[in-house]
Write a protein that binds this ligand. Structure first.
Ligand SMILES: Cc1cc2nc3c(=O)[nH]c(=O)nc-3n(C[C@H](O)[C@H](O)[C@H](O)COP(=O)(O)OP(=O)(O)OC[C@H]3O[C@@H](n4cnc5c(N)ncnc54)[C@H](O)[C@@H]3O)c2cc1C
Length: 381
């Protein structure tokens, strides 16, 4: 029998494999991954400095250990180059690999904004352990880091770097940190607390050029200001990897489109994780992956199972200002009700009847998370 093939060894790929193995110890299973196949928690990449963890200490298991534990064949540093859904085959360059079922778990790519200047090519991004190892060796012995993007990943890196003694300047076209997750009062508290840690903010402007300048970089902003940095890190956001899926003729929108059963538009082909759009939702976070992996593991083991999502708040790793967000659904109609106190902002998104649809908690208000979570509607019932 041809193996079940999973493309990708991130949290999505490996967690599906683990869930499958809880139910079926024997189905042939092959994981093909472009990276080194280490099993690691990606969220740790943005707080490893303060936790004094070197990149090599982050993986929980090597690819060999995963292959043995699952068990599965794990092919590392191996990139799938094409998918033939009708023939149930994937191509790895000249080689083809037959599969009984195929799971697409190839994640997302960092969005890059067009930047001019002779140093633009040196702007770094971090979306994998390999990226992070490069970033850590680049900042070693350096002092000044410019971060492009004040979203979740940009703020977490800013906190981690500043708390570890780096001089950090953050640039964002928006007017506050976490502009899509926090109403202004919450953004203001996060901004203030990270500023107290030494973070310098540049809001309402973007990076125009990055030029090399005596072994460092000169970062020119749209508002005319200049940042002198040793390293420039871009954390603008992620977009699902769609190239292979599109070339294979699979239905895509913002992500690879799947239904509640994680089924793509082709039979026996499934998708989950950062590359997938489940019933219109692209949720590039750990909790949705864990729920989807459990459902898909059961389906692959022969029990077709739909995923459902409870409310899934995201803990933002900015210890300078503890922050937990559970954003309302994009189509939700309501208003933010904000209560501020010293070092605390509690923002509740409620509908006309006063029903809680989302929240954003900063500082001391984060202690209310468990209570508020019980009131939230499920993300996907
Ligand atoms: C710095 C950082 C901090 C984060 N913090 C949090 C957090 O605190 N909380 C939270 O909920 N979420 C957080 N996230 C998001 C979360 O980590 C991701 O949603 C999750 O790890 C994505 O897992 P994935 O398996 O879908 O994708 P990935 O981890 O990107 O894995 C994709 C896999 O596919 C492989 N691949 C890609 N293309 C091919 C190909 N053609 N052939 C073979 N293999 C291929 C890659 O090598 C990789 O193994 C964070 C993300 C980052 C970057």
């Amino acid at each position: 029998m041809d193996p079940i093939v999973i493309i990708g060894s991130g949290l999505a790929g490996y967690n599906v494999a683990r869930e499958l193995r809880k139910l079926d110890k024997h189905a042939p299973l092959t994981i093909v991954t472009a990276d080194g196949g280490e099993f690691y928690s990606k969220p740790m990449l943005s707080n490893a400095l303060t936790k004094r963890q070197a990149p090599a200490a982050i993986p929980l298991n090597s690819a060999e250990q995963m292959a043995q534990q699952l068990p599965a064949t794990v092919r590392v540093r191996t990139r799938v180059t094409a998918i033939d859904t009708a023939a149930h085959r994937v191509s790895i360059g000249e080689e083809t690999l037959a599969c009984s079922k195929l799971v697409l778990a190839f994640g997302a790519a960092q969005i890059r904004v067009p930047i001019g200047g002779d140093g633009a090519g040196a702007v770094m991004t971090v979306n994998s352990l390999d990226d992070y190892a490069r970033f850590r060796s680049a900042i070693d012995g350096k002092q000044r880091v410019a971060v492009i993007g004040a979203g979740l990943i940009g703020c977490e890196f800013a906190n981690d770097l500043a708390a570890s003694g780096y001089e950090v300047e953050v640039v964002d076209i928006a007017g506050q940190p976490l502009p899509r997750l926090l109403p202004p009062a919450g953004g203001a508290l996060l901004q203030e607390k990270l500023a107290a840690l030494g973070v310098v903010w540049h809001f309402g402007t973007g990076v125009k050029t990055v030029d090399r300048d005596s072994g460092a970089y000169r970062v020119a902003l749209g508002d005319g200001s200049i940042i002198h940095a040793d390293i420039v890190l871009s954390a603008i956001g992620l977009k699902p990897e769609l190239e292979l899926a599109r070339a294979a003729g699979l239905a895509t929108a913002r992500g690879i489109m799947v239904n509640r059963h994680l089924e793509t538009s082709a039979p026996d082909v499934y998708a989950l994780g950062d590359c997938a759009e489940i019933e219109g939702l692209v949720l590039p976070f750990v909790m949705p992956i864990m729920h989807a992996a459990r459902a898909l593991g059961a389906t692959l083991a022969g029990n077709r199972t739909a995923v459902s999502y409870p409310a899934m708040p995201v803990l933002v790793k900015t210890p300078a200002c503890p922050t937990i967000v559970s954003p309302p659904a994009p189509a939700a109609v309501g208003e933010w009700r904000v209560e501020t106190a010293a070092d605390s902002v509690k923002s509740l998104f409620v509908d006309a009847a006063g029903k809680l649809l989302g929240f954003a908690l900063n500082g001391a208000a984060t202690s209310e998370r468990a209570k508020l979570m019980k009131e939230l509607p499920p993300v996907l019932a």
